[in-house]
Design a protein around this ligand. Sequence first.
Ligand code: FRU
Length: 535
Amino acid sequence: MMKMFGALFVTFVCATLMGCGSHEHKYVIGISQCSLTDWRYQLKDELVLASYFNEDVEIRMAFADDDDVQQSRQIDSLLNTGLDLLIVSPNQVKGLSGSMKRAQDMKVPVILYDRKMNDVEFAAFMGADNYAIGNMMGEFAAAQLKGKGNIAEIGGLKGSSPAKERHQGFADAIKKYPDLKIVGYAEGDWKEESGAKAMEEILKYYDGPIDLVFGDNDRMALGARKVLSSRGQLDGQKNEVLYLGVDALPIPDGGMENVRDGLLTASGIYPICGDELIDLALKILRGEPYEKNNLLETSIVTKENANVLLLQYREVQKRAGYIAKMHNLVGKIKDESETRATLSIAMCLFTGVVFVFLILIIHANRVKDCLNEELRRKNDELIRKNEELDAEKARVEQQRDQLEEQRDQLLDATTQTLAENQPAEPEKSAEIPQKNEFMEKFLSCVDKKLDSPTLSVEDISQEMCVSRVQLYRKVKSLAQKSPVEIIRERRLQRASELLQDPSLSISEVAYRVGFSAPSYFTKCYKEFFGKNPRS
Ligand code: FRU
């Protein structure tokens, strides 16, 4: 039975532990971003939001500071953590080929996002059509300037695909208008200060009028604006310069607000779409069909629509906030239910242990009851045997008492017979002491050996140098009692003295006065004193 419960318990524990250990598989997606900018942080927020809807996704992000070497190192570190898929926004079209090769060797599929790379293997591309954006901004510039005017262009980071494509798209649009001129072109590195620097570069070789500035992104357009407006104040320039940019971030102080506030005339939306990026990654990871080239839609933000778009964006943000809150709440509930589940498992384990212990206790009790029963039986048997032995002992003691009595009687009887049949010997007055003296000597001999159960008339007669018969005759004539009777009386008198000592038991007293059987002692005592010892 115990074996069966043991097996049941082990099965129970194993099942419980297996239940505890089952965790769903997560896809680990690494994301390497080339810059540390608001646009990238916006992407991060969107990815986090998207991951709330895809529990099987874990995102690991790294941001390089517009630096190829740093980005390459970050990609290697991400790959070392064990990725299922890598998303890269490369700083430039060249510079990351080593890391891309590593990803390929490790069989980690790569999505190029927002920016492109030359000569690398990748699973898919997702981003806006930067040529189309540049072209759209060129057409917008032409429309604003009514086909006539001087334009300065601040290009993005040299070597990056959006810079090249936006410039190309813009130039192709302007080309169509003969009275539109790009009077100056200089490159920045996407940052505001670099836009200011590029504008100063242009002004070094061009000091004519400028009607419009196109920055490959909003921040560089704002940098250029700062330079031009301070120069305009100095020159007292009348005409207002138009500033166009790209990105139109709807965040506080972003491009969209800049357009609403009139700092920028317009901005081309550079879409982020973090949710679509995660969907594409999951399609690749799950082996589902997907598009290799995924172009994101774009549009233009002007003073007319900036406010509406911002309002819409704020609504979207509010909902994103609710979603985040809900996600946290669900997380808390999940944690609680997991804690509860863990507690239930612990309770089950505890109950299991208690159950097994109960079985063990019940079993042990049964064994104990059986043993007790066995002991009780053996005890009863022993008691019965003891009783039998006691009865046997009493019978033997009785026989011994009778024998002792018979021995005394026999001794007296034989000595008496001998005394009657033997002729009286002449008394040797020198040897046999006179009356009282004889009795005193006899009694002193008796008293000396009173405590010996082997004390016999024979011994005393030898000690007194008379024969047993002579001793009998003399004692009988002097005391009217046989020596045996006198010995017994002396013993009983001594016993009556000893019985005064309460620390001595009747048996001890009996042995001390030479009786070998306490029961015979009691019998003699009663006969002699007429009462029981100690009554
Ligand atoms: C952000 C950014 C944007 C620009 C994009 C081009 O890092 O510089 O301003 O539109 O990258 O990839």
